[in-house]
Ligand binder design. Structure first.
Ligand code: NAD
Ligand code: ZN
Length: 254
């Protein structure tokens, strides 16, 4: 671990130890080390698929098969589990300093790591709806079918089975977005982990936190266009850095 990274870890830990209301904002980069590919960045799924087509509501309605092929690669390939970054964030919530996790991810790994207050801006794969007859399926069931074939509705035979995630071209769930905005305004420290900060309106939240006086920190594999906003930026892998932050935070607090 380089000197620069070590310094960054110390800075974030110190900021945490002085914080009363820290909010963590995560993107697909935090789950990369759980084996789930990101959209953008090295090895991202965008290299293979056209986002506007496959993950848009219009594309989905035209070709649900292609969506499920994509979804299979996104989430199932690895039968993913939370990694040390997810666990460290859950621990920081138990310590009482992190008050909320705002995530763009749909993989449910924060909850599985033990985070209690998780605001899912883009929904999750937990439930899948038939758009024709409104039958509802649990993700575990669809996941099993997907190992073998394209899922279709058992009741009406439709291929239009849509997980409750926000597709391109769909609005964000209003209640969750306003809660996330409120949390961002309340935050005295706002920590971004693994997001390219280019998907709106989610990417607006760091600006809102800053405008309300929060300090800003980012842990990401590579620089983003918004790094000028941040008080601390660490470039590296979330699963290596977050546990170190937790350790240093505990040392400062003891
Ligand atoms: P993104 O794919 O646009 O960007 C990911 C960022 O994470 C990149 O900047 C990359 O440098 C960084 N990164 C990659 N590996 C990392 C690591 N090990 N540690 C730290 N950072 C790392 O992701 P985004 O900003 O979340 O936005 C894209 C959209 O993709 C979101 O809307 C989200 O819903 C969706 N998405 C979700 C999942 C998931 O649920 N796991 C996976 C892919 C995409
Ligand atoms: Zn149906």
């Amino acid at each position: 671990m380089s000197m620069v990274v070590e310094e960054g870890i110390k800075k974030i830990s110190r900021m945490l130890s002085e914080s009363e209301h820290a909010v963590v904002f995560t993107g697909s980069g935090i789950s990369a080390e759980s084996g789930i590919p990101t959209f953008r960045g090295p090895g991202g799924l965008w290299e293979k698929y056209n986002p506007e087509e496959v993950a848009s509501i219009y594309g989905f309605k035209r070709n649900p098969k292609e969506f499920w092929k994509f979804a299979k690669e996104l989430i199932i390939k690895s039968s993913a589990s939370p990694n040390p970054a997810h666990y460290a964030i859950a621990e920081l919530e138990k310590e009482g300093v992190v008050k909320a996790v705002i995530t763009q991810n749909i993989d449910m790994l924060h909850q599985r790591a033990g985070s209690m207050r998780v605001l899912e801006l883009h929904g999750s794969m937990k439930y899948v709806d038939c758009l024709e007859c409104r039958n509802v399926y649990e993700w575990e069931y669809i996941e099993k079918i997907l190992q073998i074939e394209q899922p279709v509705c058992e009741r009406c035979g439709s291929e239009l089975l849509k997980p409750r995630v926000v597709f391109f071209g769909e609005p964000l769930p209003y209640g969750i977005l306003s809660e996330a905005m409120e949390e961002s305004r309340k935050a005295d420290l706002f920590i971004v982990v693994g997001s390219s900060l280019v998907v709106y309106p989610a990417a607006k939240l760091p600006d809102m936190a800053k405008e309300s006086g929060a300090k800003l920190a980012i842990v990401n594999l590579e620089p983003t266009e918004k790094d000028f906003l941040f008080d601390v930026a660490i470039y590296g892998k979330a699963a290596e850095i977050l546990p170190k932050v937790l350790e240093e935070y505990r040392r400062l607090k003891s």
